[in-house]
Design a protein around this ligand. Structure first.
Ligand code: SF4
Length: 473
């Protein structure tokens, strides 16, 4: 799979969240933080800030962070507390009403909410809440938590933190939530540990981010990851921690390491570039091949290609070049233009690959259409042989946790034998990394590998057949 162009990625992460507590001009810092998380979602973004009068104000819109915000808009968001969100839509679809953070006005106090992930029992909870009078502003399942919190706070007259604990115990799935009231920010992670969320320190204040790369962008110091099942409260009393669930796993989404996260991020103590490089090294150990050069698909496969090259002693070459300047609004070449040879996003470098036996390293195969195009491109540029090595196992099952690996029908490896996959890609040989090597690469004993193995860490509430039939996943 390649990320040749944001709009051409075969896999999409649902979102990224970023928060600032106790730092002047928090909204500007959130803008830079969201910009560093842009790879996690390009469809929409928003920031909510709390001003000196305790009023929560929001700016949001569809598009990239640089398209939605400018200095004038940021200057309307005053104060030292803010949370932000970048969105790619899966559950709930697109549309401005689904762009977060959500902002709720209520007699128990206003609050804002930003969510990365996907709830697996959202249909049941939405019905439960609507039957009891809730009116939803959006089709996003992220709003469900807000309604549950409000309901708990009103029905049982509980302080907000207890209402949050109760609400979190009702939802199931993958989540990293930031909830902001006029005094504090709550940050919570699902008890399975599927989505990342970290805390950093900046001056006298704190920052929260889906990925640590955003801390480096704003000069913050990484403090620690939020634990699965933990709620961290940040306010004028400092940081406090509590658990909403005694159940705890560390089933981090393997795709965060393989593809989504930026290489300069550290997730649960493991640097993403180092993880990918190690998968490349292990891929060579498991599946060596006689060849002349190693070429990685830019950008997410380059670290694994370096690892394969180092382990094999084969030179690592820039056999594929990505055009970095294609924006979302670029007019994509039509079929007729493509037939004329117009390839705007990725090019094979003829002088490098001509007459060479190429090991092509890619991070994963979803539908396989992009990989097939790349193999053809290398062959047309004169490569003598193309040996495909994939730095992850075969994707065979849908994801229910906020990644748009949709129906079985779309997944190349779900229906084909290894040799049929090789044939479809027109490769001279093909091999995938083992599950075991993924654990070894991260030095971990637990990861979510559900889209490879079909073994889900949570209950699903909907059968796979139903999900597939609905086309929801
Ligand atoms: S199913 Fe795959 S993409 Fe989804 S959370 Fe698990 S590892 Fe990540």
């Amino acid at each position: 799979m390649t990320d040749m162009n944001m709009t051409d990625r075969e896999l999409h992460e649902e979102c990224g969240v970023f928060g600032v507590w106790g730092v002047p001009d928090a909204a500007s810092l959130t803008y830079y933080g969201l910009h560093a998380l842009q790879h996690r979602g390009q469809e929409g973004c928003g920031i909510v800030a709390v001003n000196e009068d305790g009023i929560l104000k929001r700016v949001k819109g569809e598009g990239l962070v640089t398209e939605v915000f400018n200095e004038a808009k940021i200057s309307t968001l005053k104060g030292s507390m803010s949370i932000g969100h970048v969105r790619y839509s899966t559950t709930g679809g697109g549309g401005i009403e689904n762009v977060q953070p959500f902002l709720f006005h209520h007699n128990t106090g206003d609050f804002a909410l930003a969510h990365n992930g996907n709830l697996v029992n959202s249909a049941q909870l939405r019905k439960y809440l609507e039957d009891r009078g809730s009116l939803f502003q959006s089709s996003s399942d992220s709003e469900i938590l807000a309604h549950l919190i409000k309901k708990e706070a009103v029905d049982r007259k509980k302080p907000r933190i207890f209402a949050i604990v109760e609400a979190l115990n009702m939802i199931e799935g993958a989540f990293a939530f930031l909830i902001m009231t006029k005094h504090r920010i709550y940050a919570c992670r699902d008890k399975y540990g599927l989505r990342p969320l970290s805390i950093g320190k900046l001056g006298d204040g704190y920052v929260l981010s889906s990925e640590t790369c955003a801390f480096d962008t704003i000069g913050a110091e990484f403090l620690r990851d939020i634990e699965p099942g933990e709620i961290v409260t940040i306010d004028r009393h400092g940081i406090r921690s509590r658990r909403y669930s005694e159940y705890q796993r560390h089933a981090m989404c393997a795709m965060e390491y393989i593809y989504f996260a930026r290489p300069d991020s550290d997730i649960e103590g493991c640097n993403v570039h180092s993880f990918r490089k190690e998968t490349g090294r292990l891929l060579f150990e498991e599946s060596p091949v006689d060849a002349d050069i190693v070429v990685g698909v830019p950008d997410s496969s380059l670290s694994a290609a370096m690892g394969y090259s180092e382990a094999s002693g084969l030179p690592y070459e820039m056999g594929l070049i990505k055009n970095k300047y294609i924006g979302r609004t670029f007019i994509q070449p039509s079929q007729a233009m493509r037939e004329k040879g117009v390839r705007m996003k990725l090019s094979a470098v003829k002088t490098i690959v001509k007459d060479k036996r190429v090991v092509l390293i890619d991070d994963s195969v979803v539908r396989g259409t992009t990989s097939r195009r790349i193999v053809r491109m290398l062959k047309e540029a004169g490569a003598k042989e193309v040996h495909v090595r994939i730095a992850s196992p075969q994707i065979k099952a849908p994801c229910f946790y906020g990644v748009d690996i949709s129906t079985y029908d779309e997944l190349l490896c779900a229906h084909k034998t290894l040799d049929e996959v090789r044939e479809y890609l027109a490769a001279d040989s093909i091999a995938f990394l083992s599950d075991k090597a993924l654990f070894a690469a991260g030095n971990r004993c637990e990861l979510c590998l559900a889209c490879f193995s079909g073994h889900y860490p949570t209950e699903l509430y909907q059968s796979l057949e139903e999900a597939n039939r609905d086309g929801k996943f």
